[in-house]
Design a protein around this ligand. Structure first.
Ligand SMILES: *[C@@H]1O[C@H](CO)[C@@H](O)[C@H](O)[C@H]1NC(C)=O
Ligand SMILES: *[C@@H]1O[C@H](CO)[C@@H](O)[C@H](O)[C@H]1NC(C)=O
Ligand SMILES: *[C@@H]1O[C@H](CO)[C@@H](O)[C@H](O)[C@H]1NC(C)=O
Ligand SMILES: *[C@@H]1O[C@H](CO)[C@@H](O)[C@H](O)[C@H]1NC(C)=O
Length: 360
């Protein structure tokens, strides 16, 4: 099994890491189910999840948990997902939070969290050094749930649309620089500032797709699919077909929109796929209505789409991920990265046992 990548970390960090491992036994843990978490995908290898709301009796409580789903495991059953727990060797971990967002750096070495309700809105997890750090941003940060961040995978620049001045300005940062220039959000394409939109990088289009969400004022659904091309700016993206959490797949040539909720608050279980070369939407097979959800974590890996957590109209979803086979258009209890290869023999030991023995 793979473990988290290590880089040339200093001896001090290794020493601290050993202490952490000894003081907290590396047992397999099942995450607490949450909605409204920060999530990021590392190129079909890990789905990272931080924070979110869980429910304790009738109360909602934010949690500080940080874990990942290992998407490179070729096959697994949804009853034994390959969870992994990236360690922290001494930095201050992000606090319990929700309604924040996370993105992966273009060198795949860091995760960036945008959490506007914290005094330091920017958090970085160095994946190789296993270390958290945080920064305050000298801007009038928009204190709203559902402000997204995203990384231009060509340049590494981080963008936070609506991140400043009550949703009207986009924050940019080149990691390593202390500059955080602002540019106005495109009011002709997006008349009113929105939150809870999707903001995903498409390698195929070399742009960010910005879709859905709702206005800060008046809770009005955003029907616009627009894109932000870092070199030229914002533009509309015209599509055809029946348009409807929400990630790109097959190297950014497809965008998947699963679930979500209408403004009546009723959650959906349908799945829509936008093919970017043809810009055509197709409707996939809906999940069982009991799986309708919003504010979940989603990822794609090979032929599979995975959704985890989130909430239905009232309740936090359970801890079992759901998996859609995009090639064969069906929901399945078996994750398979590559459905064109023969089904591998049953693993002799359950995957969860292997995860248990994983050490960092
Ligand atoms: C920050 O933005 C809010 C909302 O637009 C505004 O009310 C407030 O005056 C701004 N604060 C500063 C320091 O600019
Ligand atoms: C933020 O902007 C919305 C309109 O998008 C407005 O209704 C709201 O009052 C503003 N909030 C603040 C703190 O200025
Ligand atoms: C939907 O899920 C419920 C509860 O798990 C189950 O009883 C029902 O058979 C499922 N329906 C379909 C069409 O799979
Ligand atoms: C599945 O495997 C086949 C044969 O090795 C390969 O050509 C194809 O690209 C793979 N598909 C995915 C989605 O990895």
């Amino acid at each position: 099994m793979r473990s988290f990548p290590t880089s040339s970390i200093r001896l001090l960090l290794i020493t601290v890491a050993t202490t952490v491992i000894l003081s907290t036994p590396a047992l397999a843990q099942t995450p607490v189910p949450v909605c409204c978490m920060a999530t990021a995908i590392s190129d079909g290898s890990y789905l990272y999840i931080q924070g979110g709301f869980t429910s304790v009796a009738t109360l909602r409580t934010a949690v500080p948990q940080f874990f990942a789903l290992d998407l490179l495991v070729e096959t697994w059953s949804t009853s034994t997902p390959p969870w992994t727990w990236p360690p922290n060797v001494g930095g201050v971990t992000p606090p319990a939070s929700n309604g924040h967002s996370m993105a992966l750096s273009n060198d795949r070495g860091n995760l960036f969290i945008w959490d506007p309700f914290q005094p330091a809105a920017w958090w970085t997890y160095n994946i190789g050094a296993r270390y958290w750090s945080s920064y305050s941003i000298p801007r009038n940060v928009t204190k709203q749930s559902g402000i997204r961040n995203g990384v231009d995978m060509n340049t590494g620049n981080v963008f936070i649309p609506g991140g400043a001045d009550n949703g009207t300005q986009m924050i940019m940062n080149s990691p390593g620089s202390s500059e955080v220039p602002l540019t106005p959000m495109p009011t002709t394409l997006l008349p009113t500032p929105v939150v809870q939109a999707s903001f995903v990088w498409s390698t195929y289009r070399n742009s960010f797709l910005h879709y859905g969400g709702q206005s800060i004022a008046g809770n009005i659904a955003n029907p616009n699919l627009i894109e932000f091309i870092p070199t030229t700016g914002w533009q509309a993206l015209a599509t055809t077909g029946p348009s409807p959490g929400d990630v790109s797949a097959y190297s950014g040539t497809k965008m998947i929109v699963f679930g979500g909720a209408g403004l009546n608050g009723v959650t959906n279980a349908d799945i829509h796929i936008l093919d970017l070369p043809t810009r055509e939407w197709t409707l996939g097979m809906s999940a069982n209505a009991t799986q309708a959800r919003r504010n979940m974590a989603c990822a794609t890996s090979g032929d599979s789409f995975v959704a985890w957590g989130g909430e239905s109209t009232l309740a936090i979803k359970d801890v079992t991920p759901i998996v859609y086979d995009m090639r064969n258009n069906q929901w399945t209890s078996q994750f398979r990265r590559n459905t064109t290869l023969p089904m591998p023999a049953e693993p002799s030991t359950p995957i969860s046992t292997k995860v248990e023995s994983r050490q960092y």
